[in-house]
Design a protein around this ligand. Structure first.
Ligand SMILES: [Zn+2]
Ligand SMILES: [Zn+2]
Ligand SMILES: [Zn+2]
Ligand SMILES: [Zn+2]
Length: 356
């Protein structure tokens, strides 16, 4: 295996790159203008303001988090218009982004609503009144549906009256005579005061309609079903950059991580494709050209992260893991203010960082 040493950019190159980048958002004139001289970027030279050059290295990798989609199964709900109105429906034109979603994980889908006929009323919306069986009237409870027998004649239609009679001899006697009943006129029956003799009264359960509104469908003959299921989340991946540095980088870790992530194609480093066998001095030192105790420490840390990510289900570490040469320039302003400028990568591809 032939390995080529990754050559870091030289301090002059780093300094010049930093000046160009910094001039966009730092007022360098304020820090470097000297009396009697015309200020120009070219006049700020490394030989004068870079006091020391430190060689180090950083490890860069990305932790990949996959958005988990809910494993909840779909539930079918059924109900009438009222239950439909009580439900909160959701409409999705496209998939949702999990990190932006504020609602519940399982929701009722608007486009899942289906209408079907109510089986209780066979779609008519009404059911036959069970009290009158649809006949609209019921048997009169007063006469039980039959006419009432006349009490006066004991339902015979006749009554017996006594007549006072005196015969030829002048003897007084009573003679019985049968005549039609005066109450029922001989019909043996009297009219029921409640039903007027018809034997039937209007059904009070259906208001003499013969049918009642169907309770299941609420009267319109239809029921609905709809689906409750997980929100359609976009399969989301978040790549969180992690930076481990063998020297202090003055709080630049976050910015470095993001910048490397953006420029990963352009920044040259040592790619570790087999962390178990390559995260060690034997593999790294020949390419880097140097190795330190501090570097050994961050390599061990990286190994630990790699191992724990292998066991962890929340995230994985993207391969390859990169090791970049890091050059730290100890710099000063014209007024003697100290700050650092960092370069990450090789002379063929690097990034610079630094604030005054
Ligand atoms: Zn119904
Ligand atoms: Zn009656
Ligand atoms: Zn009678
Ligand atoms: Zn009825």
């Amino acid at each position: 295996m032939s390995q080529i040493i990754i050559k870091s950019p030289n301090p002059d190159v780093i300094w010049n790159s930093w000046k160009q980048k910094a001039s966009r958002n730092i007022n360098l004139e304020k820090h470097y203008k000297t009396k009697g001289a015309v200020f120009s970027l070219d006049s700020i030279i490394a030989a004068e303001y870079v006091k020391a050059v430190n060689k180090a290295a950083i490890v860069f990798f990305e932790e990949i988090y996959e958005a988990t989609t809910s494993s909840a199964k779909k539930i079918i709900k059924q109900g009438n218009v009222k239950s439909l109105q009580k439900e909160q429906f959701y409409e999705f034109k496209t998939v949702a982004v999990k990190s932006e979603w504020k609602g519940p994980e399982n929701v009722a889908y608007l486009n899942s609503i289906q209408e079907y006929g109510c089986s209780s009323c066979r779609g008519s919306g009404t059911i036959t009144c069970s009290k009158c069986n649809g006949r609209k009237d019921i048997i009169c409870s007063n006469c039980k549906g039959t006419t009432i027998g006349c009490k006066n004649c004991n339902s015979t239609g006749k009554i017996t009256i006594r007549l006072s009679v005196i015969d030829q001899q002048g003897n007084k006697k009573n003679v019985e005579k049968t005549v039609p009943c005066t109450q029922c006129s001989g019909t043996k029956r009297v009219e029921c005061s409640r039903c007027g003799g018809s034997g039937k009264v209007p059904c009070d359960s259906c208001q003499a309609e013969g049918v009642k509104s169907c309770k299941d469908c609420g009267g319109n003959g239809v029921l609905f079903k709809w689906i409750i299921q997980p929100v359609p989340f976009k399969a989301e991946r978040t790549a969180k950059p992690v930076i481990l540095s063998s020297i202090k980088v003055s709080g630049f870790e976050k910015e470095m991580g993001v910048e490397i992530q953006k420029a990963i194609e352009r920044v040259e480093g040592i790619a570790i494709r087999d962390p178990y066998n390559e995260l060690n001095q034997r593999f790294i030192e020949p390419s880097l050209g140097y190795f330190t105790k501090e570097l050994s420490k961050i390599i061990n840390e990286t190994q630990k992260s790699w191992k724990s990510a292998s066991k962890n289900t929340d995230f994985t570490i993207r391969k390859p893991i990169y090791i970049y040469p890091l050059i730290a320039l100890d710099c000063e302003t014209a007024k003697g203010k100290k700050f650092q400028v960092f370069s990450i990568g090789s002379e063929r591809g690097y990034l610079v960082f630094g604030k005054i």
